[in-house]
Each structure stands twice: as C-alpha cells, then as structure tokens.
Write a protein that binds this ligand. Structure first.
Ligand SMILES: *Cc1c(COP(=O)(O)O)cnc(C)c1O
Length: 378
C-alpha cells in the first residue's frame, strides 16, 4: 500500500535548479562583474547556441514567450505579409498567451478543434476553417508534443499561409516528418517560432525570457529592431517598436541550462514511459505516445470523467496535480461570448476531464507510487 505521509508537489522550481545552482551563481557573478546587462556577449552567445540546438539559422533573444509571438506577427504586419483583420487559425485548447497577441494586433483568431488523440490541432479538420481571409496558422506544440502534419502543412504553405509555431512547451521535440525547411525539430518546422523560458518550462530561466527562431533573415532583422524600440541602429527608429529584450543575466542562466536540456527531456520521457506502462484504471485515459516523433513531456496529461474526485484522491495521499487548462481561452471573462462554433464544445469537454500529473521533479519510485495511487482509485 502506498503510504499517505508521502509529499510529492506538482512542481518544485528549487529542485529544478538544484543540480546547477553553483554554476548559476557563477553566471550571475560573471554578469554583475561585467557591468553589461543588455545586448552583450551572453545574449549573443546564447542566441547562437540556441539556434544550433533548434536547427534554425536565426535566433533573437526576447523578453518572454508572449512577446516572441507578438513580435513575429507584428513583423509580418510591418512587411505587409499580414494585415489587420486577417485570420489566424489556432487550436482552441491552447494557453491564452497564444491568442492574446493575435487579438492585440487587430488580427482575428479562428479557434479550431484539437485532436482528442494528442490534444494538438486536428489536422483532419483544420482546412474546414480556412476562409479567403486566412493568412496564418499557429501550431502550438501543446504539452511537449509536436503539432505537425507534413502533408497538410505543405498544402497550407503552398497556398501562401504563414506557419507560426508556438514552441513554448516543446523545445527539443522532433516531429515524425520534416518541416518546410527539412528539419524535424520543433521551432524549425514552419516560417517562424516563439519559445518561452518561463521558469516552469522545460528550459526555464530564473525570471522571464523568450526567443524567436526563423529561417528568414529579413524577418529576424525586423524583429530585432521591433524588440529594441523599432531602431535598426542607435537613435534611428524605422518602426514604432517595443522594448522586448532578453536580459544578459537570464541569457547567462540559460547558457548554463541549455546543455542540460536533452538530459532533462530524456528524464521526462522515462517518467512518461513508466506512467504509460503502469497506469491501468478504467476511469483514466493515458496520453498518446506518438510513434515516430519525440515528445518532450512538458506536461503528462491524463483524462478522467471523474477528474475532480481523482485529483482529491491524489491530494489526500500527498500528490500535487494541476490542470492545463481548467478554463479554455474562449470562456475567459475577457473573451467570453466572442467565439461561437459547435466544435468548441470538444475543447470544453476536454477541459473538464484533464489532469496533469507531476513529471518535472519526480523519480521512478515516485512515478510508481503515483501510478499505484491512480490504479487503486475506484
Ligand atoms: C508559456 C506559454 C506562453 C507564454 O510564454 P511566456 O514566456 O509566459 O510569456 C505561450 N504559449 C504557450 C503554449 C505557453 O505554454
């Protein structure tokens, strides 16, 4: 019998950084002593290292993931590849940060249904949502699973539809088929990608951070200017831009953690495999292990029609869980009533049954214990 005095938090960020805390402190000291806090060597080197890791030629370090998405869309508007009112298709079950920049820029989000198999955009239905105003599709690699269908994406690309990846949750993941430019890595599949280094992400900073990746050097230079007040050089503002830069100290922290990311992702995959092998309960559906692709398990999300009871059962035995996401974007107070489509019901039903199990900081023994607790739930 599992003991009830066990305490397994859903996530412990101190634990996530424990392995490299000495090197993080050294990195902070290096930046403090350098006297250079923005736009220095740490950011430049991190951008090169991240571009190499993600298999994309251009990388711009920015302030956070939401700003990375906003900068990509704004840069396309600046170059008239997008115009206000254009439609951007995005999966309805994403985190709201994918959608906020679309709305803020006067573009129009079109919420398409997710696949019940992998929670990502349902590629068998996405083309039903295309209208003459469709100019972009946002591919959100939710929970660390690549959102990519080479055939459908090629057709979209050939119609001139821009492919933007929200890669906040899937850095290091591989799609089962190559992207537009030949790489299988998320972040290099489409026209441009946004990454987040929010502390809970698989590669987390010690504060906010983000990046844009692209194969398009012109887009990269527009974004670099936009993120720096719109200036292409000092006191020369070609766009009405933003201040969306990455801090040197965060870049220095990320340079410590990037070389550890493959091991982190592999460790998560091992815990996911253990859950997949051990969890057996008629009230619980495990997430799909996708053949041919590499998932990086930002979240391990099960589904249960008795989700709240199961969550309480785990909590009573000291196991923390979370829900990603309990309220879908179209039901948030700021968007409520603005989206109507029968397929949104599917997203709502999913939101009522999802449960995220601990995956970031747990070991095999704890994964066994959690699986046993789930199996005894009836
Ligand atoms: C975290 C996240 C974002 C936003 O990133 P921030 O760095 O927190 O701004 C966007 N989209 C998805 C899917 C995310 O998980």
């Amino acid at each position: 019998m599992p003991t009830s005095n066990q305490h397994i938090p859903f996530l412990d960020l101190r634990e996530s950084n424990a392995e490299c805390s000495g090197r993080l402190i050294e990195a902070a000291a290096r930046v403090i002593e350098s006297g250079r806090f923005l736009g220095g060597d740490e950011t430049r080197l991190f951008e090169q290292e991240l571009a190499g890791f993600c298999g994309s030629p251009c990388c711009i370090g920015v302030s956070n993931g939401l700003d990375a998405i906003r900068l990509i869309l704004r840069a396309w508007m600046q170059t008239r590849r997008l115009n206000s009112g254009d439609e951007v298709i995005v999966a309805a079950n994403t985190y709201i940060a994918s959608i906020l920049p679309i709305i803020e820029l006067g573009l129009s989000p079109v919420l398409a249904p997710p696949s019940p198999v992998d929670f990502n955009l349902d590629f068998s239905r996405v083309e039903e949502f295309i209208t003459p105003a469709t100019r972009a599709v946002m591919l959100v690699h939710l929970y660390g699973s690549p959102c990519w269908d080479a055939e459908v994406c090629r057709r979209l690309h050939d119609r001139g539809i821009l492919l933007i990846e929200d890669n906040a949750q899937a850095i290091g993941a591989h799609a089962s088929a190559p992207g537009i430019y030949g790489s299988h890595l998320t972040g290099a599949l489409g026209d441009a990608a946004a990454i987040s280094f929010y502390p809970t992400k698989n590669l987390g900073a010690l504060g906010d951070g983000g990046a844009v990746l692209t194969h398009d050097p012109e887009l990269a230079s527009t974004i670099r200017a936009l993120a720096n007040y719109g200036a292409d050089r000092r006191y020369h503002n070609i766009h009405t831009g933003y201040n969306n830069r990455l801090d040197e100290i965060q870049a220095a922290f990320l340079r410590v953690k990037l070389p550890m990311l493959d091991a982190e992702n592999a460790r998560r995959a091992q815990i996911a495999a253990t859950y997949d092998r051990l969890i057996r309960n008629p009230f619980v559906k495990r997430p799909a292990i996708l053949s041919g692709s590499r998932q990086v398990w930002h979240q391990y999300v099960i589904r249960s029609p008795r989700r709240d009871e199961l969550r309480n059962h785990l909590k009573a035995h000291g196991v923390g869980t979370d829900i990603h996401y309990a309220v879908p974007p179209h039901l948030q107070p700021c968007l409520k009533g603005k989206f109507h489509h029968p397929s949104l019901r599917l997203t709502e039903q999913m939101a009522d049954t999802l449960l995220s199990l601990p995956i970031a900081n747990i070991n095999e023994t704890q994964a066994h214990l959690i699986s046993n607790l789930i199996n005894e739930f009836n």
